[in-house]
Design a protein around this ligand. Structure first.
Ligand SMILES: Nc1ncnc2c1ncn2[C@@H]1O[C@H](COP(=O)(O)OP(=O)(O)OP(=O)(O)O)[C@@H](O)[C@H]1O
Length: 260
């Protein structure tokens, strides 16, 4: 379980990105975080794996106060949390398989690390992860020969190979066309349901968030203004989250989709 208790985040330049955050997310939930640009969505999810540190309150993961973890403990803790970015973060000039195997580098002995030699078990796990996202047949193809959606699946497979309890996804479909975006969201949903991995997605596409996430967290100016089931997100709720600018927001998003 992830628990924010009166958590806040102020960046060194004085920007208050999060204030008074109180949240409990149970294992296996699928949560969509929505809000205007600059509302604090990325900061919220990036605090969970300590890419950013909260500057006030507490953040507990499975009853461990993660602010207190140091050095090796942080690295070990991060292994339980997969992170997916809009930009995929892959080495495009090498194969899909090598990109997935990278997730095992921290487990390799010094010599294996030096020569890049993975164990048979790790290779099987990497192939299994590729199979789970439906791109096993692409294992030995160079990443730069894949479409954006396939590349995002490689990123997802790399995360799955590390056997995470939680996947954080920071705008994972922002650079994908609407159809591919849905395919990637289907992958997240399947992984969430079949493997009971918690999925927390920061997403600009409101309709997609409502369709896939079981729970929506609406962030506005660093505060949570809505937290509830997707089915309870009404127009009034959206107006509250987006400050009455949701129509304008939707229109600009539709326009950007039409350019894809
Ligand atoms: N490294 C940083 N240093 C200082 N301020 C930052 C930093 N990162 C984010 N901020 C500020 O914190 C606030 C929240 O930013 P954040 O990126 O979390 O918003 P967001 O809702 O994810 O926005 P977007 O949808 O555009 O990604 C914004 O005012 C932003 O300018």
């Amino acid at each position: 379980m992830i628990e924010f208790i009166n958590a806040e985040k102020t960046y060194p330049n004085g920007t208050k990105a999060l204030q008074d955050i109180n949240l409990k997310i149970d294992q296996g939930e699928f949560v969509g975080v929505i809000g205007l640009s600059g509302a604090g969505k990325s900061t919220l999810i990036r605090c969970v794996n300590r890419m950013h540190d909260i500057t006030g309150g507490q953040l507990m993961v499975d009853n461990v106060d993660i602010s207190k973890l140091k050095g090796k403990q942080v690295r070990k803790f991060r292994r339980r949390i997969g992170m997916i970015f809009q930009s995929f973060n892959l080495v495009t000039r090498t194969t899909v398989m090598k990109n997935v195997l990278v997730s095992f580098v921290p487990d390799l002995s010094f010599l294996r690390k030096l020569f890049g030699v993975y164990t048979k078990e790790q290779k099987v796990k990497a192939l299994e992860a590729l199979d789970k996202v439906g791109i096993l047949d692409k294992a030995f193809i160079r990443v730069d020969q894949l479409s954006g959606g396939q590349q995002q699946r490689v990123a997802l497979a790399r995360t799955l190979a590390q056997n995470p309890d939680i996947i954080l996804a920071d705008e994972p479909i922002a650079s994908l066309d609407p159809i591919t975006a849905r395919q990637v969201m289907d992958d997240f949903k399947r992984i969430n349901k079949d493997m009971n991995i918690s999925v927390i997605i920061n997403i600009h596409h409101v309709e997609v968030a409502l369709e896939y996430a079981d729970r929506i967290i609406g962030v506005r100016k660093g505060e949570i203004v809505f937290d509830g089931p997707s089915a309870k997100v009404t127009q009034d709720v959206l107006d509250e989250i987006y400050g009455g600018r949701v129509e304008e927001f939707k229109a600009s998003r539709e326009e950007s989709d039409s350019h894809v």
